[in-house]
Design a protein around this ligand. Sequence first.
Ligand code: ZN
Length: 499
Amino acid sequence: MAVSGNFLAGFYITTSIPYVNAAPHIGHALEFAQADVIARYRKLVGYEVNLVTGADENSLKNVKAAEAAGISVEELCSRNALLFRELADRIGLSYTAFVRSSVSEAHRKGVGELWRRCAENGDIYKKRYKGLYCVGCEAFYTEGELVEGKCPEHKTKPDVVEEDNYFFRLSKYQESLERMISKDQFRIMPESRKNEILSFIRAGLEDFSVSRSAGRAHGWGIPVPGDPSQTIYVWFDALAVYITGVGFVGDEEHFMKTWPADVHVVGKGIIRFHSVYWPAMLLSAGIGIPKALFVHGYFTVNGEKMSKSIGNVVSPLNMMNKYGSDSLRYYFIRDSPNFEDSNFSEGALVNRHNKELLGDLGNLVNRVLTIAEKDGKSEFSGNAEMSKKLDMAEFRFRLDNGHLHEALELAMAFVRECNAYVNSKEPWKLKGPELDSVLYNLLESLRVISIIVYPFVPQSAEKIAGMLGSEIKSIEDCKFRGSFSGRITKGPHLFEKIG
Ligand SMILES: [Zn+2]
């Protein structure tokens, strides 16, 4: 190839930055899994991937949770941020930065700088404000946005709050935002969410409050530059993690190389902040806007909304203690249509594990390697008839467009094809060139499978590659080669039966 060198295009993805007022639930784990599938796939494609996650700590919610627990807010944040970090590590989220917004000095500086730039551009002004405020959302609502007088997200009555606040001139960006979103310069996935946001923008954007009194913030948070009587509103602060996590103020070179983000992965409850407020703040500060927003749905648990009062909050750490991270990741992607709400059921997780991971994937690996090991050779060749059973262009198209669930379906369909091939060829009855050709097809298929399932179940994929003596490096390696050669060492079963 004529073109060579070390140039790697960058790909920057983020999870949302969760509040750490409580321990993580499976909704957070779903988002981590989705973001990581995209990140690992992009690595296979050849991108240098940055993934930023973290903890949104400068919020009033954390102050209230700490008060209720009788501990300091610093302690509450440390304790819970640690749990989020443990979740990220154990689910295999391949993050390059985990930003704790209350302790990162770089973040605090970056937020101040973002504020100053918006203010210099004339987009921040002070006014007396009286509004309906939901502490849960940390947001003001208009009467019209409430459902029966209550917050649509929390179903609680908002407080009436009156004070001096700084406001951000969102109204000024209405036309730019509408144009960028409708033309997919800032692409909102899925289309239904894009339309929802476009109609919100077209109904008219109102300036929004970006500070609160230091008193109402209980002295917690980042002070407004030049006005310590006011604290920067938590959304303005938390959203900035996406830029401060890649060097905004402090590491300009890294920032210039990484920003704008290719995709922010977020839940449907915070879409307005991400698709309207955030790009407007960036436009005001003269910073490029992100390229895409991937909006996932929420989990219900056994058909009911997850809530502490119902007592049905599922801990993803407990689930991984019981079933391991690959099974949880697999279940999430397999049973959650990307952008829709889905129902979490431990029984369904166990079924997917037993039937598909163990029954289809684990079994295939075990059958093929048993025969190959018995055969004893290390090189196999033949007619690559199985290569026609996998449509790699379609697989990549699905992942390129955020259709993780459909891409996994295609990978697993290929696994089933391979099992059907074993059944129809009955290699245990074959010898000579015939056996050689069947094993060539199956071993090459397994090698390809280790690559295509890698974004979804990375630990199992690495084990498969290890048994084949192959490596998982590039999506380009998913073409069948003229022969299979490798040091085959059949290891223990990939999955144990549950129940
Ligand atoms: Zn609310």
